[in-house]
Design a protein around this ligand. Sequence first.
Ligand code: ARG
Ligand code: ZN
Length: 871
Amino acid sequence: EAIHLEDYKTPAYLVDQVQLTFQLEPSATLVRSKLQMSRNLDRTEPEPLRLDGNSMELISVVLDGKTLSGDNYQLDAEGVTIFAVPEKFCLEIETKIDPAGNTSLEGLYQSSGNFCTQCEAHGFRKITFYPDRPDVMAKFRVRIEAEKKYPVLLSNGNLIAEGELENGHHYAEWEDPFPKPSYLFALVAGDLVCIEDSYKTRSGRDVLLQIFVEERNKDFCDHAMLSLKKSMKWDEDVFDLEYDLDRYMIVAVDDFNMGAMENKGLNVFNSKYVLAHPETATDADYLGVESVIAHEYFHNWTGNRVTCRDWFQLSLKEGLTVYRDQQFSADMNSAAVCRIDDVRILRQHQFPEDAGPMAHPVRPASYVEINNFYTMTVYNKGAEVIRMMRTLLGEEKFVDGVKLYLKRHDGDAATCDDFVRAMEAAGQRDLSQFKLWYSQAGTPQVLIRSHYDEQAKSLRLDMVQHCPPTPEAEQKQPFQIPLAVGLLAADGSDIPLQLEGEDSAGATTRVLELCEKEQSFTFIGLKEQPILSPLRGFSAPVRLKADFSDDELAFRMAHDADSFNRWEAGQTLALKELLRMLSDLEEGRQFVLSPKFICAWRHALEDRQADMSLLTQLLTLPSEQYLSDQLEECNPQAVREVRDRARWQLGSECQAALMERYQECADDGEYSLDPQAVGRRSLRNFCLTLLMELHDQRMTDLCLEQYYKSQNMTDRLAAFAVMVDNPAQDRLAVINDFYQRWQEHPLLIDKWFSVQAMSHQPQVFAEVELLLRHPAFSMSNPNRFRSLVGAFTQNLGAFHRGDGAGYRFLADQVLLLDQKNPQVAARMAGPFTRWKRLEPHRRELMKAELVRMQAAELSKDLYEIVSKSLS
Ligand code: ARG
Ligand code: ZN
């Protein structure tokens, strides 16, 4: 039942015009669709017409004015086949659907009593029968009729009519002038209020900006609006791209499977990525809103004006748009911190995905359920692939390439190959080897050995690349890997680089292109033995192996001109240290941090020149996920024990220094989002968490004070989280206080659940089981489910209990959720795909749960994850 890229065929019939009429009723909505269709020019022979459709009642089919009887078409579980149609025809279809009963949150459904849609990838086929594929693009005209208790009626494009109907009903009509695939269709109806602003584009178009939310949320939209205006400006400045309609609408809903959706002119968002206020949102939440607002806005060009030919090309729009939102965030905030965060996410989640049974290329060659391919690989590795092209071409040619791509394919459904072709044209170079990044899965490993020749004053770098096998291929061809490198002199300064064969030295960072399996590069003209700074800015998504000494790493951590690599050197040093402690633990020895490491760490902590956000990143130990990913056979509980011990040790041995910095970074009253203020809060709360490891009453008092007195959620949540993680007697009081204070705010109750689910306290599992029964817990809200069940699975030390109860718990919850919402259930099953990387005992326990799940009646979504995990 898998679908394959190589089977792609152009559509047999095209849609020129769509007219949709909705009569909205919660459990019985009538949808009338009128399609102007024609046979595709590249088909000469007539073929039956196939339309996708499921989960609805077909009421009537009318072809060119004549009602078709049952023997003219055949209905099945996935759609309808109409046996004979002329070359050009008008098809009218009426269906009945049940939005109130739609728990999958795909198609038309209800959230807080309001109607909304989610059509990507295959939701439109739950609304009406249609050729639901992105290469069928049509102009849409939509009429919505509803009771007046749904005062706001929205769809894509421009409002062309509205008015009263009988019996307390009203209507609105919308027209979208841009042809679009069905996955970009949207409808929203409900009792919403709207926050308005405007934006004048560079060429002078006045755009009305509207954010629709429930009344209770109307004071929480300012940051989203500001982010939207910044995004519009940025896309004009960087890519010369302007908005193309007279209005841009965003709707926030509480029940949403993913982050947000770029429907033409009418984005629908998970309220998590719209609502923000200092008292209720953390600095990280603010950044999340800014980047998702930008992401969806940028899709208007990279996604909507140029869309994907088929879903195998998903990264064409997603990888490129993630790259664009990353660059935007880097320009709006601290670029170095943004890059570190991007790489941290990639390594923590995409590298393990690439090493597991669900590993797939950035452009997958087959899938069972496309919803399972909205992955870190397609999105984040896809963005790295775009970034590598920028590195290879340089910023200017890269921007030209993007513009050329958009110009060539405006109004079309394109492929990843089309994108690369535009890059080749703009960059005047052949990228055929580079394209292997699209078709080969797996994270390449690059081994670098450096040899300094005292006599010749040269440094030779010998590199070897190797990519482990993944499900789609055992053997890999060598990748083209751009490696940005620098060399440091003994005084810490960057050396101008001269490669063998060059007359003079040039820039201090050079991009070496590793294209062979084994390749060497030689730098000449060096006065002394330099220190290598490889893979600057993480110029390629690879695992780098090099035998750096601790001294070299400490030196680079202090001096590297590339801030990413300064952080990276610190992480590598810490990683070595923690892995050594882990083997000490496993062999029954004492496991402690070395005095040398603690000394270097304290030194960094006391650096008062450093940017505080960067410093916090530098001081943070590698995550449990990243540590686990380094191990062939992992016991996550041992990883937890070692990392917690190291944190405790840093807390106790650097107590005075931590305390000093905590005090220095005290809140100065006014909440501001400027990078300095954000940095100060991050360092302060980082110090707080380490100090709280010491279980000292004085510290607990400070923490309680911070919790009760903070006026912003960043500081309050940080204090809350450490209190929950602490056996102190005030723990329960704080848990109750948080709940009482914020019970009217779903996004904060989500935090309340997840902080408890993430606790390192030994009783956490029992608490999570209790929380499942809490009246505020609900399976039907994806955010809530993720905040408890999802968060618990990220609590590696607790989830991976030696008795397998964590696994049983997850399997039970996933099986239950699968009955309601397969898409989210399949996603929540993600941790099971890592079973082969566990130590033998836990491996067997997890496998047993997969086997148990496989025996149940599963959705296509969950079935794909479970069966691929076991194969
Ligand atoms: N295109 C959306 C975004 O990246 C995500 C939609 C995901 N939908 C889904 N059914 N998987 O902004
Ligand atoms: Zn996207």
